[in-house]
Ligand binder design. Structure first.
Ligand SMILES: [Zn+2]
Length: 209
């Protein structure tokens, strides 16, 4: 068994979605005064590698704390679909991939290489509406992507979020290291924090091959 960490490191300089706050870790206790070190943190629940709950785009549906633990460890399928800036992932990229009900479909576009670049958050590739409809029809558990959003940077209407989250498909965004996944099928572990009523959470995301 090999474990591959698909998680970005969260630092104050990490790129964040336009309009979102940069994360900060605020020193809270001091070892020399309290006898222990600790910090408080301030960040969007959609910072770094994170899981979107259905309630992110469908108020009234499950928030992140309501996702059953049984959905957080699942069979996963890697789909390699190299894409350029703002290029769409289409149904043609997904057919003949043997997607099974309950899978997490992890899409490797190659965009993670640009995680430090200024256009990482704004010109990323993403799913077309038709591709999102195709995935929803497969009754998958989750869709993951090596970019900041399952929607392309140019899609101001968030087509894929609006199709998949109301249909109870989780989105896993800002994955990294997907090029290290050497198998088409693997086990995906998602570990969002159990934040009461929140629409998402940073998560440690692991591939087990
Ligand atoms: Zn999100």
């Amino acid at each position: 068994m090999r474990v591959i960490d698909l998680t970005m490191r969260i630092t104050p300089s990490i790129r964040v979605f336009p309009g979102s706050p940069k994360p900060s870790f605020i020193p809270w206790s001091r070892f020399d005064y309290h006898g222990y070190d600790a910090e408080a943190m301030f960040m969007s629940t959609h910072t770094g590698t994170h899981v979107d709950a259905p309630s992110h785009f469908a108020p009234g549906l499950a928030s992140i704390d309501r996702i059953p633990a049984s959905r957080l460890v699942c069979n996963a399928l890697l789909v390699r679909a190299p894409k350029r800036a703002n290029e769409l992932i289409e149904p043609a990229d997904l057919v003949n991939r043997q997607i099974r009900k309950g899978d997490a479909v992890v899409i490797a576009t190659g965009w993670e290489k640009r995680a430090a670049k200024s256009n990482y958050m704004t010109e990323n590739p993403g799913l077309s509406g038709q591709a999102a409809i195709y995935l929803a029809g497969k009754k998958i558990n989750a869709v993951g992507i090596d970019g900041p959003s399952i929607d392309a940077g140019s899609d101001v209407k968030f087509a894929a979020h609006n199709i998949l989250l109301p249909r109870n498909v989780l989105a896993v965004e800002n994955l990294c290291n997907v090029r290290k996944i050497t198998m088409n099928r693997f086990t995906l572990v998602l570990s969002p924090l159990k934040l009461g009523s929140a629409t998402g959470s940073p998560a440690r995301v692991l591939a087990i091959i």
